[in-house]
Design a protein around this ligand. Structure first.
Ligand code: PHE
Length: 347
């Protein structure tokens, strides 16, 4: 009997040290083994009735100590798991609810530029690009600007200093320079759309900026006529501003097109009745265009007796202003999230 009691005490003590040094990684397995209904502790309590009365107090205390040790160990294991979940060590709890991180959105100018490209790509135009830092030839001379033309003035154009020489390297003032690059590198038929940044020496205000974006279009082939230009632009206006949009062309002047025109669309705010946006005229000016001047074709090595073409150029900022009623150009470049987020849903 004595031996039996002694081995009972030994077992309690060895289980207590086992609980304290626990080697079982799975908390639930540990709980079942020690504190479960059929676990070792409940089995030991079951044998307690055989303990002689004079030892009941001492052994009862030992049993309770074992139970407390197992319970404390479980608490310890649980809180250490909670800590690993909240640190960044790569152990994560896959059942935790997701914390959504905010995604960025496209800038409204990119959205509008992509829309213009998309509309023209549906009628066979492909995107063409050329440098922002250009020479006088591609920005002015090849486009039929006479040497004394005021656009070449320091007041309008940013000049880039090159090896101490002034005058020949400029930041392009329009994307018409891409027309020249394209005519130099490929043979007709040419059907391109050229989006890009342009630079002008302007004071920054609500209506002007020294950096802005244009999209240029150029189509050269045999027998291209002014009617083709009108049809392409009418299609564009309807796709961009809605099927009820009307267009009108007003005679204008650009050195590189002849004849030249400016195109207006019927005001998309008042439908042509007259409002603040269209200054009560019912019309909004949206782009410049014309038939490519034969001098321009010849300057880039294209036979103007065989080929003809049309060109047009529009401002992306202006297009976005008209489409989304943006009143101040400076908003585009300030990157104020309150402004940018309004266009979140435009893809
Ligand atoms: N390059 C002209 C501008 O910047 C626009 C234009 C392009 C006009 C092509 C006619 C043809 O204003």
């Amino acid at each position: 009997m004595r031996n039996k009691i002694q081995s009972y005490i030994n077992e309690i003590q060895s289980l207590k040290s086992e609980a304290l040094q626990n080697k079982i990684a799975d908390i639930e397995q540990f709980r079942i083994k020690f504190l479960g209904k059929k676990g070792v502790i409940s089995e030991l309590f079951g044998q307690f009735k055989d303990v002689p009365n004079e030892q009941k107090k001492e052994i009862g205390q030992l049993l309770n100590q074992l139970k407390v040790a197992a319970q404390t160990k479980i608490e310890e294991l649980r809180s250490s798991v909670a800590e690993t979940i909240s640190d960044d060590s790569g152990n994560c709890d896959l059942t935790m609810p997701t914390d959504f991180s905010e995604l960025g959105s496209r800038h409204v100018l990119s959205v509008v530029q992509n829309e213009i490209i998309e509309i023209f790509s549906r009628i066979g135009f492909t995107v063409s690009e050329a440098p922002e830092i250009e020479d006088d030839w591609h920005v002015f001379s090849a486009l039929n600007f006479p040497p004394e033309h005021p656009a070449r003035d320091m007041q309008d154009t940013f000049f880039v200093e090159k090896e101490g020489q002034h005058g020949d390297v400029v930041l392009r003032t329009h994307t018409s320079s891409v027309q020249v690059r394209e005519m130099e590198r490929s043979k007709p038929p040419i059907r391109i759309i050229a989006p890009g940044r342009v630079f002008r020496n302007e004071a920054i205000s609500a209506r002007a900026h020294c950096i802005f974006h244009q999209v240029e279009g150029l189509y050269i082939d045999k027998n291209v006529s002014f009617a083709d230009l009108k049809q392409a632009l009418l299609y564009f206006a309807k796709e961009m501003f809605g099927p009820d949009t009307r267009i009108r062309l007003r005679p204008s002047y650009f050195p590189f097109t002849e004849p030249s025109a400016e195109m207006d669309i019927s005001c998309n705010i008042c439908g042509g009745k007259g409002c603040n946006i269209c200054k009560h005229t019912g019309w909004l000016e949206i782009l410049g265009c014309g038939m490519v001047d034969p001098n321009v074709l010849e300057a880039s090595g294209i036979d103007s007796n065989v080929y003809s073409g049309f060109a047009f150029g529009m401002g992306v900022e202006r297009m976005a202003m008209l489409k989304y009623q943006i009143r101040d150009l400076r908003l585009y470049f300030e990157n104020d999230l309150r402004f940018l987020k309004q266009f979140d849903t435009l893809i």
